[in-house]
Design a protein. Structure first.
Length: 235
């Protein structure tokens, strides 16, 4: 890309910088674009900004590309305002844990800002609401429900989750979630993306269990069959 002259703060002078790249994603509509560059720019204290507009008619929003400047080169860091896609949680999961869906959406909003240092804490909180609301829905005993509410998440998973697939992924999600809240990270090779993947797996296994329970209620084993039909054992 050709060098660009930037307006300097509190000065009529221009400074020429080499731009490493232009944005290729609109932060508002999240479409791949070749943005329309405006004549509005700014440079001060090692930072530079350029205003662009999305070329898509359905969007057409202005946004700011923010760069850091080093040795005469402006390196693209992020674009603002950053909107985010809210992950739609499965209906059965959202019904048993509306707080999970709400907190997870807020964590996504923080990550999009980007506020990744606090987004991880939000995802960890969302996981705890997901697991505990799921377990509370599975137990009728009030003493067990009270115990689930008060236990640390790891102990809660170990003691009350009966589905081995849910237990396997939820336990590991809790491990990574704890890394987002503690001073020392135990899983150095893992990051927030891995945490989100494990939460998604936990959601999937919980949804499968809930759908299976619905099927059992809809088609119980003790329903008498009409004459001439195949019985439940295929005979």
């Amino acid at each position: 890309m050709p060098p660009r002259n930037f307006t300097q703060a509190n000065s009529t002078n221009k400074i020429q910088l080499q731009i490493d790249r232009s944005p290729d994603i609109c932060p508002v509509c999240h479409s791949s674009v070749v943005p329309i560059e405006t004549n509005t720019d700014y440079c001060t204290n090692g930072n530079a900004e350029i205003t662009y507009r999305c070329p898509r008619t359905s969007c057409s929003r202005f946004f700011i590309a923010r760069y850091t400047v080093s040795s005469g080169v402006a390196h693209l860091q992020l674009c603002l305002p950053a909107t985010h896609f809210v992950t739609t949680q499965p209906k059965l999961v959202a019904e048993i844990s509306p707080s999970f869906a709400n907190i997870y959406g807020q964590a996504e909003a923080a990550e999009a800002q980007p506020l990744s240092e606090i987004a991880g804490v939000g995802y960890r909180r969302a996981l705890e609401f997901l697991v505990k609301d799921y377990l509370i829905s599975q137990y009728e005993d009030e003493k067990a429900k009270a115990d689930i509410r008060g236990l640390f998440l790891g102990r809660c998973i170990e003691k009350y989750v009966k589905n081995e697939n849910v237990k396997l992924v939820a336990k590991r999600a809790a491990w990574l979630g704890n890394d987002e809240t503690h001073y020392v990270r135990l899983w150095e090779g893992k990051d927030i993306k891995d945490l989100k993947n494990l939460i998604a797996l936990t959601v999937s296994w919980i949804e499968m269990e809930l759908r299976t329970l619905e099927l059992k209620k809809d088609m119980p084993d003790n329903v008498p069959l009409a004459a001439g039909t195949v019985d439940k054992d295929g005979k």
